[in-house]
Design a protein around this ligand. Sequence first.
Ligand SMILES: Cc1cc2nc3c(=O)[nH]c(=O)nc-3n(C[C@H](O)[C@H](O)[C@H](O)COP(=O)(O)OP(=O)(O)OC[C@H]3O[C@@H](n4cnc5c(N)ncnc54)[C@H](O)[C@@H]3O)c2cc1C
Length: 398
Amino acid sequence: MRVVILGGGITGLFVSYYLRKDGHDVTLIDKKTETSSTSIHNAGFLTPSFAPSPPLSIMKVASAIFRPSGALYISLREVAKNPGWFLRAVRTGIGSHERDVVDMGKRSLALYGRFFRDEGAEDIDLQRGVIGLYRDEAEARTVAEEVGGDFLRGAEVDALGFRDLRGGVYFRDELSINPPKLVSFLRSSLEHMGVRMRSSKEAELKGDKGRVERAVFDGLPIEGDAFVVAAGSKSAEVLRPLGYRPRLLPARGLVMIFESDAPRVVGRPALLEDYGIAVVQHNPRTVRVTGFFEMKGFDAGFGERRKRWLREATMKHVGGFERLRLAEVGVGYRPCTPDQLPLVGRVPAMSNCFVAAGTCRLGMTLAPVAGHLISSLIGDEHETNEGLAKLLDPARLK
Ligand SMILES: Cc1cc2nc3c(=O)[nH]c(=O)nc-3n(C[C@H](O)[C@H](O)[C@H](O)COP(=O)(O)OP(=O)(O)OC[C@H]3O[C@@H](n4cnc5c(N)ncnc54)[C@H](O)[C@@H]3O)c2cc1C
């Protein structure tokens, strides 16, 4: 079958990978070059155990609508423009699908294992073992008991180069990778497998009577038997002309890349849970810090005050951080649904069009499971995991 995929972030790359492995003729289109998507600008943790949201009181969420509350900010304008999204989010409740997302993440991690074994994993700065760190020892103990990692005492956390933290939870089988390196490794694997790549121009879909007829890229038609929209937060925009408006909103985050002279400043990839800050040293030269969950549309302008907050909070807890030099800053947009479940499956009322989007905070982790599901839906449907397909069915969010 000829399949055309719109969007070459991590989701579109894994959709292409599994479709090509299943023998389809695949064309992958991205509107930008390989260095510009959210799939480059993230922490690169492949960590199902970080699916549960940090405990958030209604008061904290409500106050984040008026001014940034730590890492969280929701602009009043975004709420006014998208009341349906926020009402649905309130009705669903934070955390109601956590267990499902953790299970999906674990399945994805197994698929990553197979992917690394089959294709190799050279030069992607793969590290095994990620920790969640806490200022409160009791909180770390509770998470270790409930989620299942190894509890670390304050002294063990200090020995890894962190300071002023009282406890940690070590997930020994969860992974960290360098996002731009994984994306470029996947792109070159796909090229070798014979996937056609088109980039640097936006594509759109043309359809009629419940079918997509073609994609249009750079003024030229690209014919296909099936089409997949994997355009991250922009998926709603791409799907709107087909009469489907999925509830997807962007939640932006900031990435800072630092250069290091010291061989090891950050002892282990870690999430500073009290701040929602991820910090990882990919190799002797590169340290990545990410933070913020801000819902204010597609606005790449982070002010100096917010950047300072991120640096100062990290400096407080990472020994030797002050010696690092800031080399690069980037912004990513998490594609978020109000019920915190991705949208993966057939587009309502369309026979040959599919969507794979809405992976929000965990898109790097969940991309293989999303790609695998799309490939089974397009190809051999009796291979499909029906429970998962039903859970992620896009028709639930019309
Ligand atoms: C600060 C931050 C930290 C994060 N940390 C983690 C983490 O540690 N672990 C984790 O699992 N997840 C993490 N995430 C989430 C993760 O980055 C995203 O969920 C994931 O990258 C989404 O991937 P995607 O391919 O669905 O979307 P994107 O990466 O946004 O890719 C969509 C692609 O579609 C293209 N596109 C858009 N419109 C069109 C069009 N009309 N035609 C053609 N192409 C188009 C875009 O150019 C883009 O390349 C983080 C996110 C942020 C912001």
